[in-house]
Design a protein around this ligand. Structure first.
Ligand code: ASP
Length: 344
């Protein structure tokens, strides 16, 4: 068999089934996946599986977990034509974003999926998500290249770019959206690939590069009317803090109060990075639109454009791990490195 896919189980709802005695949901032995999903035998390619031990609820995901995932992919990169990662939905968008920045020169599909109902339940969405993800990970175009050569999230008929995605529903089967970037493929009776939106390497055959030094000295600060100086100062004076993702209003606006700009300016003057992203679901930060946004620029704030919070946070982790100099990181935060920012 020329095509082999590696299925990596990390935890989350998808891998649960009901204990018939206690009626409680418990993780099932992933080595028994074929018993739970016998349909997997029908694929015309080999599927190997590997389970984290212990498996985690994705609320417990940490940078070390992303490093383990990235290393699994690196170590088996030449043996498989694609990777499907079963993951809890709660922080899936963070993990997919992190891996998109950690795996440089990726040319193979890395598809995260999960489910809202456990795979062991009758009405589960997990089987369809798993089967479709495997199909997408194995698909090749007429030249033999993978259709998908980037980190994605597949959920409920849609394939999204991982670092553009966010979880928006705690109960719908359609739990993820990609507010500022079109879906990469839609699965119906046929699979429709959006070839314009999919990433295609300019040249094939570059070696995979791994970035596994992550620096989590990052904070997220969401603005709200009435936010106080004491609170903002407390966040920015967190010991060792190197960067703040500032979730602003609309197209990148913030209070015009002199204390606010002073606190931000003090932080940036001492070398800290402040990245401006919007609280809005769609659209972009444009710090030249309103006077309030323009003063942020003068306070040394960097424009995060239309990055999601998940992308901004994990990109900072990776860049701060790579560069000790905050200035370089600030400059790179404004430039798309893995398709996370829309080109104008
Ligand atoms: N709490 C679970 C997790 O994220 C929820 C899920 O899998 O959907 O691991």
């Amino acid at each position: 068999m020329d095509r082999k896919i590696l299925l990596i189980y990390t935890g989350g709802t998808i891998g649960m089934k009901e204990n018939p005695d206690t009626l409680l949901l418990e993780p099932f032995d992933f080595n028994q996946i074929l018993q739970e999903v016998p349909e997997l035998r029908k694929f015309g390619f080999q599927i190997d599986s590997l389970s984290f031990d212990p498996v985690i609820d994705s609320s417990d995901a940490r940078p070390e977990f992303w490093v383990s995932l990235a290393e699994i992919i690196r170590d088996r990169y030449d043996d498989y034509c694609g990777f499907v990662i079963l993951h809890g939905t709660d922080t899936m968008a963070y993990s997919a974003s992190a891996l998109s920045f950690m795996l440089e020169n990726l040319e193979k599909p890395v598809i995260f999926t999960g489910s809202q109902l456990p795979i062991g339940m009758l009405r589960t969405d997990g089987k369809e998500n798993l089967i479709d993800s495997l199909e997408l990970a194995a698909a090749r175009d007429k030249d033999g290249h993978p259709y998908v050569s980037e980190v994605c999230i597949y959920f409920e008929t849609e394939l999204f770019r991982g670092n553009r995605t966010t979880k928006y529903s705690a109960e719908n089967f359609s739990a993820f959206c990609s507010p500022n970037y079109p879906s990469l493929a839609q699965v119906g009776t046929h699979i429709k690939y959006n070839t314009q939106a999919l990433y295609h390497p300019a040249e094939w055959g570059k070696p995979l590069l791994l970035h596994t030094r992550l620096d989590p000295r990052v904070a997220v600060l969401k603005l709200f009317p009435g936010i106080t100086e004491t609170f903002v100062r407390a966040v920015l004076s967190t010991e060792g803090l190197r960067a703040v993702v500032l979730e602003t209003f609309g197209s990148g606006n913030a209070p015009s109060a002199p204390w606010f700009l002073k606190v931000l300016s003090e932080f940036t003057a001492s070398g800290g990075i402040v990245v401006n992203i919007t609280q809005c679901q769609t659209g972009t930060v444009d710090m030249g639109t309103y006077a309030n946004g323009d003063t942020l620029r003068q306070a040394g704030v960097v424009c995060g454009k239309d990055m999601t919070t998940e992308a901004a946070v994990t990109k900072l982790f990776v860049l701060l791990g790579q560069y000790s100099d905050n200035k370089t990181v600030g400059i790179k935060m404004e430039i798309g490195v893995s398709g996370e920012i829309s080109k104008k």
